[in-house]
Ligand binder design. Sequence first.
Ligand code: XIL
Length: 437
Amino acid sequence: MRFRPRFLLLCGTAAAAALTAGVALIGTAEAATTLGASAAQSGRYFGTAVAAGKLGDSTYTGILTREFNMITPENEMKWDATEPSQGRFTFTNGDRIVAQAQSNGSRVRGHNLLWHAQQPSWVAGLSGSALRSAMINHVTQVASHYKGKIYAWDVVNEAFADGGSGGRRDSNLQRTGNDWIEAAFRAAHTADPGAKLCYNDYNTDGVNAKSTGVYNMVADFKARGVPIDCVGFQSHLGTSIPGDYQANLQRFANLGVDVQITELDVAQGGNQANIYATVTKACMAVSRCTGITVWGIRDSDSWRTGENPLLFDASGNKKAAYTSVLNALNAGGGTSGSSPTTPASGGCNASVSLNSWNGGYTASVHVTAGAAAVNGWTVTVTLPSGGAVTGVWNATNSGSTFRNVGYNAQIPAGGSTDFGFQGTGTGPTATPTCRVG
Ligand code: XIL
């Protein structure tokens, strides 16, 4: 049971009747009914790729605004779209998507700064240091334009080779020198220090030579202080899923990066709904899996024409896969940043759920006592740098450390209490810790 209690607010005569009758208002457990709201219960997001050209389609935008709270531009922020001739930048369609997201309180995953595909034709005329300069200028200009508006950037997309080598893919970018990826991450960090910076790839969805190549790069980047925050797993899946999908996410998370499912779509074969559920449960079980993005809304919007790989049919109806994802999100798995654990006897634990918008959030923190009653508790959250806590209720704080107030110091064995806070920037992502006293 991971459903967060929602307290029923009864108004007008119903409330009056209830109160006169002496009926206590009690908390009820309610499952959220949209993908975004269900994911938010555990501090995660649920997103989709969006095409600017479809924003005039009311069925499309209706589902988009109802179900999703993260948007990835499907093509509009790629190099060919944003710098069609060298040094001339066009952000119109990317800006439209950002505006759409902001108007709906959604966040944006920027996709992508560098990739061997969808490059503008002028890039083919460059190599060596001229190409390296053009690449870095591109990263700098695009990340600067969107500074403060992007939750996470796919800084580099698909740089590793398929097959058993575990090495880099040959490309014009790779031929500028093996350090091109870290140079891109450093430039992106300088341009937008608030954005999470991700490496994103496909066929890395289980433990295999390619994903291990990426893993080794991420470990090396972390060891040398290259600014990488997250790894995206595209998860363009067929009719099966690697058995070690969750274990693979977890091994990356253990390196100290967030993991995200960035382009999920699953061929409509026998097992589509099950595979979607397996992916969702895996993300829910990995505390640093911060969210899932599907690569389009309706089957008719998919780049995989004829495979019907998405959650809504061409008419916009929910498919069985939709229900399996929603149920998996509602079944919980703990806050992003924590897995469901039973507090040790005499201890306490805490989970946080976030309501985020561009530039801010409110966090609701649920504090649970273990097998022994608690008298006084302290919860510490990890806040991304650059943000500030601007208000606290039912607790006092010093920075990211929150203490009980008088009336909620005591929690009976197995009982719980709630406090909350509001902040700027993005909210806590790591596991909150709770200690007694
Ligand atoms: C795809 C888009 O969906 C198509 O519209 C476009 O024609 C080609 O690119 N990996 C990625 C995405 O990182 O950017 C790709 O998107 C799908 C594969």
